[in-house]
Design a protein around this ligand. Structure first.
Ligand SMILES: *[C@@H]1O[C@H](CO)[C@@H](O)[C@H](O)[C@H]1NC(C)=O
Ligand SMILES: *[C@@H]1O[C@H](CO)[C@@H](O)[C@H](O)[C@H]1NC(C)=O
Ligand SMILES: *[C@@H]1O[C@H](CO)[C@@H](O)[C@H](O)[C@H]1NC(C)=O
Ligand SMILES: *[C@@H]1O[C@H](CO)[C@@H](O)[C@H](O)[C@H]1NC(C)=O
Ligand SMILES: *[C@@H]1O[C@H](CO)[C@@H](O)[C@H](O)[C@H]1NC(C)=O
Ligand SMILES: *[C@@H]1O[C@H](CO)[C@@H](O)[C@H](O)[C@H]1NC(C)=O
Length: 448
């Protein structure tokens, strides 16, 4: 059961009022208060002052308030493992200067605020594996001179600032494995306090073995001695995917192996045209596709007209719009983020103009009109034949040669070209933009 633990939000009021030392429905041990595995919020949060460690794991917490732990000023260890926290306020630990260890693994955190540990200079251990964190900035660990253990494995990290751990000089264990990192930095490791008990886990990321990795490889090689104190089984450095699917050690690569090649869009987005056209059929399906080459393989993001991200991917993205309506027409954007030949970031945008394919509707409507006209002609013809026969039978045969059938027929002929002349200029327009339109037909895949 998921409980919004609002009780925690106001716990400090409760605590302020409580003079009695009791443990509510939690378990009070010698130095620890165990409120874990309650599967609900504790009824009361009134704890004896001599308690130092707090267990709140496995309770379905979805949020914390800035004031949740304000009165637990003696708190040293806090376990918040196995909850459903999606964010944590930057000031959560502002009154917990004695904090030694924070366990936040197995939650759904996406971000760690820069100021989260700005008032906890004694923090030694931070466990935050198995979350959804995407970025680590330069500041979040900047005030932690005593930090020894840092675990951020199995998140969704795409970027960890090169200087994120540069002042964490006591750092002995660093877990960054099972993330989405592409480039490793020696500066992550440079100031670590390495010993036989140290662990450095960088395995299982999206390591791209391009020129951006060279400084790391070079530093690792030239600091071999320093790294050698770490046991082999506790040191996993980035691996490079090999052509046969087998991985090779990044550190076996030379500068010559680690190349960057300028990112470029694939045809037809690589044309010099500012925007390309994609034709859809109203009610039909259309794929907006965008692909790019380069080393590293460029990241692609497709945005709609109001700058919302539709899809992101590496090397290739394809967004299918089903049953296209007129509302969905307009300008989409494909953003390609790669590097140039030297490894400097390169961002290129192209506009994809989704429009209704006018040519595909026309044959249908002309055909329909022709069919209707032919049926009308046929009916009129039959009717006039019948009428004429009636008339001649009635003795009005002199009118035969200027009969209604012929007159209508002349009118029909003039109508048909009229539709054709309407269709022609549009047809021409399509021919004109043929170079930009990749494919035609009812269902389209447009490779852009
Ligand atoms: C967290 O939950 C997972 C799965 O429910 C379980 O395997 C693990 O032991 C739990 N960990 C803790 C510390 O409660
Ligand atoms: C995190 O969120 C996902 C989907 O939003 C959910 O399936 C998963 O159980 C959540 N995990 C935790 C630990 O709350
Ligand atoms: C290592 O720490 C020192 C002192 O805190 C700092 O000046 C330096 O920039 C750090 N180096 C790296 C590579 O982080
Ligand atoms: C666009 O890409 C195609 C194939 O990928 C290539 O043949 C063509 O030369 C490229 N054009 C430009 C302008 O880069
Ligand atoms: C490309 O588009 C993105 C997203 O709209 C924008 O932030 C960026 O400034 C654009 N870059 C260039 C070079 O046009
Ligand atoms: C779009 O792409 C998907 C997957 O590649 C494919 O199944 C589908 O048929 C495509 N749709 C169109 C309209 O081309």
């Amino acid at each position: 059961m998921r409980i919004c633990w609002c009780v925690l939000a106001f716990s400090y009021f409760v605590l302020a009022l409580a003079s009695k030392q009791k443990c509510s429905d939690c378990l009070c041990k010698s130095r620890e208060v165990d409120c874990g595995n309650l599967q609900k919020a504790p009824n009361q949060l009134t704890f004896p002052k001599d308690k130092l460690d707090y267990r709140f794991e496995h309770n379905g917490l979805v949020s914390l308030d800035v004031h949740s732990f304000y009165l637990l000023t003696n708190m040293q260890w806090i376990y918040l493992t196995n909850n459903s926290l999606t964010k944590i306020p930057g000031k959560t630990f502002y009154k917990n200067a004695d904090l030694h260890a924070v366990y936040l693994n197995n939650n759904n955190l996406t971000n760690l605020p820069s100021n989260l540990f700005s008032k906890t200079p004694n923090l030694q251990e931070f466990y935050c594996s198995d979350n959804q964190i995407t970025h680590i900035d330069q500041y979040v660990f900047a005030n932690l001179p005593k930090l020894t253990q840092l675990r951020l494995a199995n998140n969704r990290l795409v970027a960890v600032h090169p200087m994120a751990f540069s002042t964490a000089n006591a750092l002995s264990t660093l877990y960054l494995e099972e993330n989405l990192l592409e480039t490793a930095y020696w500066t992550w490791i440079a100031n670590m306090s390495l010993s036989a008990t140290s662990e450095i886990e960088l395995d299982a990321n999206r390591w791209s073995c391009d020129c951006r990795m060279w400084p790391f490889v070079h530093s690792v090689t030239s600091h071999k001695q320093r790294l050698s104190v770490v046991r082999n089984s506790h040191l996993s450095l980035p691996m490079c995917p090999g052509p046969d699917g087998r991985k090779t050690a990044l550190t076996d690569k030379t500068k010559h192996d680690l190349v960057c090649r300028k990112a470029f869009f694939n045809f037809p987005l690589n044309s010099s045209a500012v925007s390309i056209n994609v034709d859809a059929v109203e009610g039909g399906n259309v794929n907006l596709t965008c692909s790019g080459h380069g080393m590293p393989i460029p990241h692609l993001t497709l945005f709609n007209e109001v700058q919302q991200t539709l899809i992101t991917g590496i090397g290739h993205v394809c967004f299918e719009i089903k049953e296209v309506t007129r509302d969905q027409l307009g300008k989409y954007k494909c953003m390609m983020v790669g590097t140039d030949n030297k490894g400097h970031d390169l961002v290129v945008n192209k506009t994809i103009n989704l429009r209704i394919d006018s040519s595909s509707k026309r044959p249908v409507s002309v055909g329909t009109i022709l069919a209707i006209l032919l049926s009308v002609i046929f009916v009129i013809g039959v009717a006039s034949c019948f009428w004429r026969r009636q008339k001649s039978r009635d003795g009005y045969g002199s009118l035969e040669n200027t009969g209604g059938g012929a007159a209508y027929y002349e009118l029909d002929e003039s109508k048909v070209p009229e539709y054709q002349t309407q269709a022609t200029p549009l047809e021409e327009e399509n021919l004109f933009s043929d170079e930009e339109v990749y494919s035609k037909g009812d269902d389209k895949e447009v490779l852009v």
